[in-house]
Design a protein around this ligand. Structure first.
Ligand code: AMP
Length: 170
């Protein structure tokens, strides 16, 4: 919804990886077991995938990265690839673990994602805490503001809270 409203492509590394798993590409075969456990796919694989995607013409006028970067190694690789001033803002959706677990278990019924079971969800939250959360401090240190949005509420409410400040900045 945010990408559509701004008119830029939505680039989700999770979605790209799930497509590779469904297509049984060599990358997908390698990534499937890692994703099912809730661990991160190796940085070099994900970075190469994003670099290739950013070089396509539709990403020339901006893009929304979703689920990438997941750690500071990926963030530094992105800065090297796209330029250190490529990012306008990083958005942190803030939701308590128990709310996230309930949401993802509900989504499991809806989408049947292999990684939406309680054990994997807890592992993904641990990985988030250890690997991804440090980006909330890393980005401001590297000149990118972090927009912290309370992610509890309806889709429309959270969407409004994300898009209003972004639209204002443009
Ligand atoms: P997501 O759809 O963003 O929740 O991602 C689902 C799963 O794909 C994650 O739990 C990881 O196993 C893998 N994945 C997605 N994005 C990345 C990334 N940037 N780096 C490493 N693994 C990723």
């Amino acid at each position: 919804m945010v990408a559509t409203t701004i008119g830029i492509p939505h680039i989700s590394t999770g979605e790209m990886l799930r497509q590779n798993v469904a297509d049984e590409t060599p990358l997908g075969v390698q990534a499937a077991a890692i994703m099912e456990k809730g661990d991160l796919v190796p940085d070099d694989i994900v970075v190469a995938m994003v670099a290739e995607r950013l070089n396509r013409p539709d990403a020339g006028c901006g893009y929304l990265l979703d689920g990438f970067p997941r750690n500071t190694v990926q963030a530094a690789a992105l800065a090297a690839e796209a330029g250190s001033d490529a990012l306008e803002v990083a958005v942190l959706l803030d939701v308590a673990d128990e709310v996230l677990i309930a949401r993802l278990l509900a989504r499991a019924e809806e989408l049947g994602r292999a990684d939406d079971n309680e054990e994997t969800i807890r592992r993904r939250l641990d990985v988030y805490r250890a690997e991804t959360e440090p980006l909330a401090a890393w980005y401001p240190e590297h000149g990118v503001p972090v927009l912290i949005v309370d992610g509890v509420g309806t889709i429309a409410e959270v969407f409004g809270k994300v898009v209003a400040p972004l639209a204002e900045a443009r």
